[in-house]
Design a protein around this ligand. Structure first.
Ligand SMILES: *Cc1c(COP(=O)(O)O)cnc(C)c1O
Length: 434
């Protein structure tokens, strides 16, 4: 029975990929051209999927057009970085104005203090901030700060956690920064505290997302985070929240929504208004170590740390575009869409669910409560792939792994259309989802 069903799902997926290949000759040609100078045509691993990934020529609002001329409603939102959409006018004005006054000034510019003030005003644990160029770099600096401050070497991370290109803990090959890692299980309070206690004297920091984003939009249990907050404080271990994605989930980040404040926070993605961005910040006692007026100041270089395009776009993004009111609105849209999709799946008895908080959602084809990444790993990945290809054909762009990140220009009609297409998938494919 199982074998028959698997063959049927395999056959459906093969059909979907054949159809995809036939519909996207220009993307295929571009992939083959790119595969000369770029390994596998790729310079960003997450974007690859088989048989070959789509390439886009243009984006506007919450719409995308690929090189074969198909139009998509964009439900990926650049993995959360594209929160403002593809052509937000206030961000465009800010970038134009910065361009008019020249790039790469080689000194301080007038934007940095305003951008830093906008960031620290938003996130309650961040008394002070320093800018980087990516979330990966922000996490590298935050962990290094904890090691410098504590004089300890160990770094606690969570299995299946993701904190950037060189902080990937999902098993398999990696090129992680060779810190001395201690791995724990997300949302398992008892085992995590036991591991923490056993390593406390050597532990510099614990780093985690308050909701696993790339790991499948799996929220941390508040009592788990509270226990970590208490134990790290008791042992002088620096608690780092990676809010590169989750900072969008309330006006003050997921930390403000939960009322649990870390010692250091890292940011990235949408906060630079769509420009390259990262930041780490926290208590003055920690961040003050970088004050160059001190004789023993820690160094933190970075040619593009204060680049005018990011600074200017970021000010517009935080103060004009993703205002606290807009943050509440977009997260409300996400809650409503998730409830609608889950009600629809339940109504049809389909073994699938959308997890997440607010404007971040992730599909899991699985019929049990998803309390951690080990549970999510039991989901039907081929059925999720089929959802991806069916939704592409219906004109929706999302991540192959089932992730959705809503952006501001999405309309109620876009959400209706998504929900209808998802229901069409359930109705037509239900027999394959078991
Ligand atoms: C995207 C991401 C990063 C890395 O940010 P980059 O700017 O891509 O280097 C780190 N942590 C989390 C949680 C992320 O989602």
């Amino acid at each position: 029975m199982n074998i028959t069903r698997n063959i049927t799902l395999d056959a459906a997926l093969d059909d979907a990929k054949r159809d995809y290949t036939a519909r996207n000759p220009a993307s295929l040609a571009l992939h083959e051209k790119a595969a000369g100078p770029l390994p596998g045509g790729n310079t960003r691993t997450v974007l690859y999927y088989d048989p070959f990934p789509l390439a886009f020529t243009r984006g506007q609002g919450a719409r995308l057009w690929d090189v074969d001329g198909h139009e998509y409603r964009d439900f990926l939102g650049e993995y959360t970085a594209g929160l403002a959409g593809h052509s937000q006018p206030a961000i465009r004005r800010a970038i134009d104005k910065a361009l008019d006054n020249g790039l790469n000034l080689g000194g301080h510019n007038t934007y940095e203090p305003d951008f830093a003030a906008a960031v620290t005003a938003r996130f309650p644990s961040m008394d002070m901030v320093r800018f980087t160029n990516s979330g990966t770099e922000a996490n590298l600096l935050a962990i290094s700060t904890a090691i410098a401050r504590t004089g300890r070497r160990k770094v606690m991370v969570f299995r299946s956690g993701y904190h950037g290109a060189v902080f990937t803990f999902s098993g398999g090959a990696n090129i992680n920064v060779p810190f001395d890692y201690v791995q724990a299980t997300y949302n398992d309070t008892e085992a995590t505290l036991a591991t923490l206690e056993a390593n406390a004297a050597e532990l510099a920091c614990v780093i985690l997302e308050p909701m696993m984003g790339g790991g499948g939009c799996i929220p941390a249990r508040p009592d788990f985070l509270r226990a970590l907050r208490e134990a790290t404080a008791r042992h002088g271990v620096v608690l780092i929240f990676d809010e590169v994605m989750t900072s969008r989930l309330s006006p003050g980040g997921l930390q403000a929504k939960l009322g649990i404040l870390p010692d250091l926070t890292t940011l990235g993605k949408y906060i630079g208004g769509g420009m390259s961005f990262g930041a780490f910040g926290g208590k003055a006692e920690l961040m003050g170590l970088f004050d160059p007026r001190r004789a023993d100041a820690l160094p933190h270089a970075g040619t593009f740390n204060n680049n005018v395009l990011t600074m200017a776009a970021g000010i517009a993004a935080l103060t004009e575009v993703y205002t606290p009111a807009e943050a509440d609105r977009l997260n409300g849209v996400g809650e409503a869409l998730r409830a609608r999709l889950n009600d629809m799946a339940r109504k049809h008895g389909a073994p699938m669910q959308f997890t997440g908080i607010g404007s971040m959602l992730n599909l899991h084809v699985l019929d049990e409560e998803i309390t951690g990444p080990e549970v999510a790993a039991r989901g039907n990945m081929k059925a999720r792939d089929l959802f991806f290809f069916d939704m592409l054909k219906a004109g929706f762009w999302l991540a192959r792994r089932g992730m959705l990140a809503l952006s501001l220009p999405l309309t109620p009609q876009d959400c209706d259309a998504f929900a209808e297409a998802a229901e069409e998938f359930v109705v037509s494919r239900k027999a394959l989802l078991g």
